[in-house]
Design a protein around this ligand. Structure first.
Ligand code: 2E4
Ligand code: SF4
Length: 308
């Protein structure tokens, strides 16, 4: 009988924003040694966090845990202006690992609020990126998570409404929310291209491709990683059983019972090595790559860490 097949989704795993964020902490540790304080998880992946902790990174929830005058790294998900102000007030040296594509959304939030619009942010309540973006114009921004939220929404002037999104949303679900917004506010304005980033879009396209052919989909990523969870949900919406795993140790043998084709992917914050370990565990399965896009984008590093 032919070997069972692994369909390896591509692109998967680290995006340019995550590479940059991890590189920033790595370089600070190389240059200065530990401890280097990082506000929140640099990216939402337990293996990345544990690895950097072992090298001297100290992850804190809030700035009051950072000693006066120390250096603090802001995570890839971004921070609100209030956090920046607090860091300045405390005399902290900030090295900002916010992904440039998140920074772009903050700039849009400021622009839309300045022209007097109500800013509707499509995103997930409580997520760090959403907290940061909401903080740009807190009095003028409202969060919606669903079509039902749009239906219940009331704004001071329906002719002056703009929208923004979190960068890691499901493209198809967001289109539905956006359609509801446009129907309710025909004068709705927003970014020229959606804020859902290239990496999120590409990983979803690749998972859609493999989930259509697979009996099971495994996505490597941590439970608090929004973009990774979206990949699992997408496969399930297509009717394919899917699981989020932090690493190979979480694969339950019974998941593979009767499975001839397994799709494998990884969220943007999941290290590629974890995927390699999954493939080793499945060996000698026949691994076939399904590539739906090629990524070449890279972001420049902040000046503080540019030279090693
Ligand atoms: C910053 C923005 O937002 P999510 O929970 O998916 O973050 P994660 O750290 O898993 O992925 C990287 C990232 C960082 C995505 N968007
Ligand atoms: Fe940036 Fe997109 Fe990666 Fe988030 S998923 S860090 S927005 S490139």
């Amino acid at each position: 009988m032919a070997l069972p097949v692994v369909l390896l989704a591509s692109p998967r795993s680290f995006c340019a924003g995550v590479e940059r964020a991890i590189d920033i902490v790595d370089r600070l540790l190389d240059q200065r040694g530990g401890p280097i304080h990082v506000r929140k998880q640099i990216v939402h992946n337990t293996h990345v966090v544990v690895g950097l902790e072992a090298r001297g990174a100290v992850f804190v929830d809030e700035l009051d845990e950072v000693p006066d005058g120390a250096t603090v790294v802001f995570s890839a998900h971004g921070v609100s202006p209030a956090v920046r102000e607090e860091a300045a007030r405390r005399g902290l040296e900030v090295v900002d690992a916010t992904c440039p594509l998140v920074t772009k959304v903050h700039a849009e939030a400021k622009r839309y609020a300045t022209r007097g619009d109500t800013v509707v942010l499509i995103g997930h309540d409580g997520h760090e990126e959403v907290e940061g973006t909401l903080g740009e114009a807190p009095g003028q921004t409202v969060l919606v998570e669903s079509v039902a939220d749009v239906e219940a929404l009331e704004v001071p002037d329906p002719t002056r409404v703009s929208y923004l999104t979190q960068t890691t949303l499901a493209v198809d679900e967001t289109a539905e929310v956006l359609a509801a917004l446009r129907a309710k506010f025909p004068a709705l304005r927003g970014p020229s291209s959606a804020d859902i980033c290239y990496a999120t879009t590409n990983r979803q396209d690749a998972v859609r491709e493999v989930a259509g052919e697979a009996d099971l989909v495994l996505v490597v990523g941590s439970a608090n990683s929004s973009n990774s969870v979206r990949l699992v949900e997408l496969a399930r919406r297509m009717g394919t059983p899917a699981h989020l795993i932090d690493d190979v140790s979480e694969i339950r043998p019974e998941w593979l019972d009767g499975v001839r084709v397994v799709g494998v992917s990884a969220g943007a914050s999941a290290p590629p090595q974890l995927v390699d370990e999954v493939l080793e565990a499945l060996s000698p399965w026949d691994v076939q790559v399904r590539e739906t896009a090629r990524e070449t984008i890279q972001f420049t590093l902040p000046a503080a860490v540019r030279r090693r």
